[in-house]
Design a protein around this ligand. Structure first.
Ligand code: NAD
Length: 338
C-alpha cells in the first residue's frame, strides 16, 4: 500500500483524500489542516487522521476541542507520497520542508512550473514522469486542454490552436472572491498564461489563449479553434477520435445540454462524491470543420477534473505501473464514465 499524506484540505485536498480512500493500492495517512473550520469537522467525520500545520495551529485546534494525530512534520515522516494541495504559491514555500526527506511530492497547478521535476497530465506524459521525485499536476484548464489537444494532435496533427476561456469567477466555498454583475478580462493582456502552461506538458503544440471571468461557480467553458495539419480531416473522424479518448465525454443540445448548468445538474445524478465531474465535457454538436479548422466547445468542472490526475501521479512517481493500468484502476474506482 502506498502511504499518502495530503497537505491542505480545501477544494482539491478534500477530493484527493476521498479518491485515495477509494484506491485498492493506497492508504491515507492523514491530512494537514491550518485551522479548525467546518472542513476540519468534515475530515473528522470521515475518520481521517488530522495533523496541524505547526505547533501554534495545533494549540488552536486543541483549544477548539480537536484531538490531533500530530503536526505536519510527523505526517511527512509517515508518508511515501505527499500531495501538496495548499493554496497557489504556498506549495513552493512548502518545498523547503519537503526537501531532503526522500519523499515523493505532488504539487498543484497554482504553483510555478519549476516547483517540480515535471508537469503532468496522465494520458499525455505518464511514462515521462515515472519514478521522478516530484510532479506538478497542472491546473483544471490546462488539464482539459491537454486531454483534448493531445488526442487531436496524435490523430490529425495540430498546426495551431486558439482558445478563449470563460472562467468561473470563484469556487462555491469562496463567495467573497466572486464577480457579480460584470464580465472580467482575466487577464486583460493576450495571450493568457494558459497556452504556455499547456506547453509544460505538450511542448510541441502551438497555442494562443485568452481568458475572461464570468459570474458562475460551476464550470469553465472553452471555445477552441484548431488549425489541423491533415486538411482532409472530417468531422466524423474527429468525433470518433474523441469518442475513443479517456476522461472525455460528449453531451449534446438534443439531450438538453445548452448550458454548463445542465451539465452540472447531470453530474449530480452520477452517484459520486458531491457533484464532481472528472471528465472533460465536449459538446458533440459544436464540433465542426471549416476550411481545415476545427471548432468546438468544452466544459471543465474546475473542482474535480484534476483529481484522477493526482491519483495517477502518485502511481507514476512510485513506479511499477503502466499508464493504461493506472488510468484504468483510477477510472474504475472513481466511477469515471470512460
Ligand atoms: P483552497 O484554498 O480551497 O485549499 C487550500 C488548503 O490549504 C486550505 O485548507 C488551507 O487552509 C490549506 N493551507 C494553507 N496554507 C497551508 C500551508 N502552508 N500548508 C498546507 N496547507 C495549507 O485551495 P484549492 O482551491 O484547493 O487549491 C489548491 C491548489 O490546487 C492551488 O494550487 C490551485 O491553483 C490548484 N487548483 C485549484 C482548482 C480549483 O478549482 N479550486 C482547480 C485545479 C487546481
Amino acid at each position: 500500500m502506498i502511504k499518502v499524506g495530503v497537505f491542505g484540505y480545501g477544494v482539491i485536498g478534500r477530493r484527493v483524500a476521498d479518491a485515495v480512500l477509494a484506491q485498492p493500492d493506497m492508504q491515507i495517512v492523514g491530512v494537514v489542516k491550518t485551522k479548525p473550520d467546518y472542513k476540519a469537522r468534515i475530515a473528522v467525520s470521515k475518520g481521517l487522521p488530522l495533523y496541524a500545520l505547526d505547533n501554534e495551529s495545533r494549540r488552536i485546534f486543541e483549544a477548539a476541542g480537536y484531538k490531533m494525530t500530530g503536526e505536519s512534520k510527523d505526517l511527512l515522516i509517515e508518508s511515501d507520497v505527499i500531495v501538496d494541495a495548499s493554496p497557489g504559491k504556498i506549495g513552493i514555500k512548502n518545498r523547503d520542508i519537503y526537501s531532503g526527506l526522500g519523499k515523493k511530492i505532488i504539487y498543484q497547478g497554482g504553483e510555478p512550473a519549476d516547483v517540480a521535476d515535471a508537469s503532468f497530465v496522465a494520458q499525455c506524459n505518464f511514462e515521462q514522469v515515472e519514478r521522478k521525485d516530484s510532479v506538478r499536476v497542472v491546473s483544471c484548464n490546462t488539464t482539459g486542454l491537454c486531454r483534448l489537444l493531445s488526442a487531436v494532435d496524435s490523430s490529425f496533427g495540430v498546426d495551431k490552436a486558439r482558445v478563449v476561456i470563460a472562467r468561473r469567477a470563484t469556487d462555491p466555498d469562496e463567495p467573497d472572491k466572486g464577480i457579480v454583475d460584470a464580465v472580467g478580462l482575466d487577464p486583460v493582456s493576450i495571450p493568457s498564461h494558459h497556452g504556455p502552461d499547456v506547453n509544460t506538458v505538450l511542448p510541441n503544440i502551438k497555442i494562443i489563449s485568452a481568458a475572461i471571468k464570468i459570474p458562475t461557480t460551476h464550470m469553465h467553458l472553452h471555445t477552441l479553434m484548431i488549425t489541423l495539419k491533415d486538411k482532409s480531416t472530417t468531422k466524423d473522424q474527429v468525433i470518433e477520435t474523441l469518442n475513443n479518448t479517456t476522461r472525455l465525454v460528449f453531451v449534446s443540445e438534443k439531450e438538453g445540454f445548452k448550458t454548463t448548468g445542465q451539465v452540472f445538474d447531470y453530474g449530480r445524478e452520477l452517484n459520486r462524491n458531491r457533484s464532481d465531474l472528472y471528465e472533460l465535457i465536449v459538446w458533440k454538436d459544436s464540433i465542426n470543420i471549416v476550411d481545415g479548422e476545427l471548432y468546438l466547445y468544452c466544459g471543465v468542472g474546475q473542482e474535480a477534473i484534476v483529481i484522477p490526475e493526482n491519483i495517477d501521479a502518485i502511481r507514476a512517481l512510485i513506479g511499477g505501473y503502466s499508464k493504461d493500468s493506472s488510468i484504468r484502476m483510477t477510472n474504475q474506482t472513481m466511477n469515471i464514465l470512460k
